[in-house]
Design a protein around this ligand. Structure first.
Ligand code: NAI
Ligand code: MG
Length: 372
């Protein structure tokens, strides 16, 4: 029996290219693991009406961790037209498997390290090293949405909100509502995770990202909870910033920031911004982390136009595997993998197209494996 069982979920498009490449590296590391394939993605929505079939949910219940490539998703209406004829009209609703996975397994931490590896031609500046903690289960991604708005809800809203005062029965489809749902528990635990990370890794500062001056109820609560948690970590500097302002400040003065923590939507946005500062989609890696399970993935999608071409950069996924090794407690192996990746970036002999080179996905993985 292997020490670890890892669910292996390549998904769609280049998810397959980058996951194959990552296996080259993990196999070279001789991690004592069994990798079990799981079905996920567009193909399974199209053929079965479920992009995250129950058998894959069950697989995730019995593994130590999972690696996930990427999936294709389409707007709901487009999605329905592509369903197999027998499934049409069955009232199936397409929901993002990754959002569902995060909620089902309470993967409340989305961890996104954004580090500028020396010599990467895509670095905005050398030396950037930011870590984003994004709340991963609630906020605007809670899935509480209405379009059209039900009459009962319209009646309540008409009493409290001027735009909704104009509600008439026949106007309900003129309104759409997505609820931003935040809890004290959800706010507090993501901030605590960020501070604990800062303490464990000798980081100096945690910045809370919010818009509490305008979005008072939800972001106000997030900020209040953050302040309470910060009091338990007096040795770490506590800072706060509005989400709009920080998009400017991050670009202007990236060295003023260290660990950032934000509610779901803001975290999604600032982590893409931070990833672009250190190389873009080919470098952005992400961990969806809960108490029992963690799922690691590149931040990019399935890039259908490059699918199967052995062309895209596998580094984001390889760095996601590094995060998985750390989470499993294999920190020496994690460090070894990061050093090998950094060495290949710095040498600059093997570069995929996004870095200005012409190496293949496989060649990049083999170069990293050779440096282990
Ligand atoms: P995308 O991230 O798939 O690709 C956008 C562009 O970024 C690509 O055309 C390519 O130029 C570049 N790119 C992406 N990954 C790269 C890599 N590893 N190396 C080099 N260049 C890379 O985003 P897009 O085109 O908006 O979405 C395509 C599909 O992916 C959609 O169906 C979308 O819903 C889905 N998606 C899935 C995600 C996930 O599975 N977590 C996340 C984002 C999008
Ligand atoms: Mg995103």
């Amino acid at each position: 029996m292997s020490k670890y069982t890892i669910a292996w979920l390549p998904g769609d498009g280049i998810g397959n290219d980058v996951m194959d490449a990552t296996r080259i590296v993990l196999d070279a590391m001789k991690l004592d693991a069994e990798y079990v394939h799981g079905d996920i993605g567009w193909e399974f929505w199209r053929t079965e009406g479920d992009a995250f079939p129950q058998r894959t949910v069950d697989l995730l219940k019995r593994v130590n961790a999972a690696m996930f490539g990427a999936i294709t998703s389409k707007p709901v209406k487009a999605a329905e037209t592509e369903l197999v004829p027998e499934l049409r009209g069955k009232g199936l609703i397409y929901r993002s498997p990754i959002v569902r996975m995060r909620q089902l397994f309470d993967l409340y931490i989305c961890l996104r390290p954004c580090k500028a590896y020396a010599g990467n031609p895509l670095n905005l500046k050398e030396g950037i090293d930011l870590t984003v903690f994004r709340e991963n289960t609630e906020d605007l991604y809670a899935g509480v949405e209405f379009n059209p708005v039900p009459q009962e809800l319209a009646d309540v809203l008409a009493k409290v909100s001027k735009p909704f005062g104009a509600f008439k029965d026949n106007a309900l489809d003129q309104y759409a509502i997505s609820c931003k749902v935040n809890t004290k528990k959800g706010s507090s635990r993501i901030v605590r995770a960020a501070f604990e990370f800062a303490r464990a890794h000798g980081r100096k500062k945690v910045t809370i990202v919010h818009k509490a001056n305008v979005v008072r109820a939800t972001d106000g609560m997030f900020l209040d909870e953050a302040k309470k948690v910060a009091a338990d970590f007096p040795e770490i500097q506590f800072d706060e910033a509005n989400v709009d302002a920080i998009c400017m400040w991050l670009l202007k003065n990236p060295f003023n920031y260290d660990v950032l923590v934000a509610p779901n939507l803001y975290g999604d946005i600032i982590s893409d911004l931070a990833a672009q500062m250190v190389g873009g989609l080919g470098f952005g890696c992400s961990g969806n982390i809960g108490q029992k399970l963690a799922v690691f993935e590149p931040s990019h999608g399935s890039a259908p136009k490059y699918a199967g071409q052995n062309k895209v950069n596998p580094i984001a996924t390889i760095l996601a595997a590094k995060m998985m090794l750390d989470w499993l407690g294999e920190t020496e192996k994690g460090a070894q993998l990061e050093r090998a990746t950094a060495a290949v970036i710095t040498e600059g002999r093997v570069r995929t197209y996004d870095m200005g080179g012409s190496s293949t996905t496989t060649q990049m993985a083999e170069a990293i494996a050779a440096h282990l």
